[in-house]
Design a protein around this ligand. Sequence first.
Ligand code: NDP
Length: 265
Amino acid sequence: MKKYLVIGNPIKHSLSPKLHNHWIKQNNVNAVYEKKQLEEVGIQGIISEIKNGKIEGINVTVPFKKSVIPFLDELEYFAKKTQSVNTIYKKKDKVVGDNTDVKGFQYALQHIKYSAKGKKIFILGAGGVTSSIIFALKQLGASTIMLSNRTKEKAENLKKIYPDLDLIKWGNIKNFDMIINATSIGLKENDKIPINYDQIDPGKFFYDVIYNPKKTNFLLEGEKRDNQIENGKIMFAYQAALAFEIWTGLLPSVNKKVLQLLEND
Ligand code: NDP
């Protein structure tokens, strides 16, 4: 039986096992998908299990999307461009890192029929997933991308990859069409982003990459002020479907049933 895993810290929130095991069963794949909480020192060991064939594939979540890279033999196109890996597998005898977050985010916007073309986007956070979101938004033709992160150096590092980013001091707000919470603030209850929501006019689009909990404080603040809101559930489903395809050659569809499955938790 093949074994797949999602690694991260924290990992309790992850619905990856639920979704992948659903597709495994649906497609009669002889496999099981589990989750594993790790410390940074455990990364090398777990990746070596791909090399020796004990594990077939790994998904990577917060906070390891970048820190897995030194232990991989090769990066696929989006992983190389974004320096962020969420899917690992073995190709011939090489351990390869890929990134399905870029397409996952693009498909999620398409799914809800939101066009980012010509839009001003304000991103909070400069962790592993942010680079994928910036890359996706640039491909979709966003006019301006502003970025704000607590640790300034991380935002500056992203500006080295994307020189036209507009860096904003953490806690400040500029005018935007769409604001994205790409931090992990909200994973824990009572987590709050230190921005003044009263400075934001209504009619904007609040997008949170977090999908569990369903409505973070950030989304509740947006909703309360008459803004469109969306959580990361659809993105999550698409990035998972694309990872499943990489591993098995089968692309599951992201339909009502799949999204419902993620609701019932
Ligand atoms: P990282 O750990 O790489 O980055 C975390 C980010 O959150 C950093 O920018 C960090 O800022 C910021 N942050 C965390 N705590 C605080 C705090 N208390 N105050 C201010 N800033 C804080 O995580 P990822 O980029 O990999 O993931 C971010 C989120 O996106 C996670 O919640 C993850 O679950 C979600 N995600 C969802 C996906 C989906 O498909 N829907 C796909 C991928 C990720 P600093 O640099 O200052 O530490």
